[in-house]
Design a protein around this ligand. Structure first.
Ligand code: TYM
Length: 340
């Protein structure tokens, strides 16, 4: 099984990225051939200051390593280091219906927030599909907000194969039956962790860099505390049962506490006797317990910049050697070169 996924280097990573995606990255590196990247081309949609872009790319690499990505098990690379992705992006784009892009939720969300769209934002899902299809990925671990993108990637792969591969039958995409051919582009599947498909932010909406409602993985202690203390709650008094479990504080505790400890929280939440302030303190403690080791690892890496530098240099050099694209000419290139 080939696993592939990425995170954008468009800001500091947060616990939504971790529980929705990166926690699975680390688990899956033991279960298959894993490729993880830093989507630094995608990040250009929002971060255009070169120094900051570079810094955030490096920070994303550091985050991967601190969370337990093991470079001996998984290939870590920058999206821009494998330039074929930009080529496939274009070729694939020629069969992408504009109407699909117009109904992409990420695009519609940004436009609704008043962001005036550039071509890069509009075409974002095409580059993401190219990311996935380029590596013939089987499974793509992501949060729920990315499902539509992966469905697009599947749809466009089918369209592309139908257009270009004689004998391709969408009902038999692997070409198992006689007379059928397999596609040039393989259909990927989203891999979702249901319990953390959408991690709420401190205001109750989806946790997202663009909403400013995140709990950063490696933020400053003071800021973290302030943010946790400002998680949106109602004004139910301490002694009273809480009116609903449909609350970001409840969901975050459920994510971060071990099951037995969460059972206690759940009981008092329903029966009363504890206030939201108590639960917030508990969440802060759980945050430290959960991410303490990663923080420690991060400071060790930061304390030895030579070591980190060497690692990143190697990662860049080895990307071309290790990623499957580089080993053989991608089959879809034959479209362009075969008949000269
Ligand atoms: P990005 O950088 O926004 O987020 C990285 C991963 O974190 C997940 N995530 C969440 N999961 C649950 N709850 C949340 N509140 C939450 N916030 C973020 C995202 O679902 C994602 O899995 N387009 C991608 C990057 C990308 C990519 C790819 C991913 C580019 N090419 C190819 C997979 C395959 C993105 O913007 O992720």
């Amino acid at each position: 099984m080939r696993i592939l996924s990425g995170v954008q280097s468009s800001g500091r990573l947060h616990i939504g990225n971790y529980y929705g995606a990166m926690r699975q990255f680390v688990q899956l590196q033991d279960q298959g051939e894993a490729y993880y990247f830093i989507a630094n081309y995608h990040a250009l949609n929002t971060v255009r200051e070169p120094k900051l872009a570079q810094e955030l790319t490096r920070e994303a690499a550091l985050t991967y390593l601190s969370l337990g990505l093991d470079p001996k098990k998984a290939v870590l690379f920058r999206q821009s280091d494998v330039k074929e992705v930009a080529e496939l992006y274009w070729i694939l784009g020629t069969v992408v219906p504009q109407s699909n892009l117009e109904r992409a939720t990420s695009y519609k969300d940004k436009v609704a927030q008043g962001i005036s769209p550039d071509f890069g934002l509009f075409a974002y899902p095409v580059l993401m599909a190219a990311d996935i299809l380029l590596y013939s990925a089987d499974a793509v671990p992501v949060g729920k907000d990315q499902i539509q993108h992966i469905e697009f990637a599947r749809d466009w792969a089918v369209k592309f194969n139908t257009q270009y591969v004689p004998g391709y039958d969408p009902a038999d995409p692997e070409g198992k039956e006689r007379g059928h051919s397999p596609g040039l582009l393989k259909l990927p599947a989203a891999h979702i962790q249901e319990s953390a498909a959408t991690v709420p932010g401190i205001d109750g909406r989806k946790m997202s860099k663009s909403y400013g409602n995140t709990l950063e993985l490696f933020g400053e202690e003071k800021d973290l505390k302030k943010r946790i203390m400002s998680i949106k709650t109602d004004s139910t008094p301490v002694e009273a049962p809480k009116p609903t479990t449909d609350a970001p504080l409840y969901d975050l505790l459920k994510l971060m506490l071990p099951a037995s400890e969460f059972a206690e929280v759940d009981a008092t939440w329903r029966a009363g006797g504890k206030g939201y302030g108590d639960y917030k303190k508990k969440l802060l403690e759980a945050f430290h317990t959960t991410f303490g080791p990663a923080r420690q690892r991060r400071s060790e890496l930061l304390a030895d910049p030579g070591e980190l530098e060497r690692f990143l240099q190697d990662a860049t050099l080895f990307t071309r050697a290790y990623t499957p694209v580089a080993q053989t000419e991608p089959a879809w290139r034959s479209l362009l070169t075969a008949r000269w």
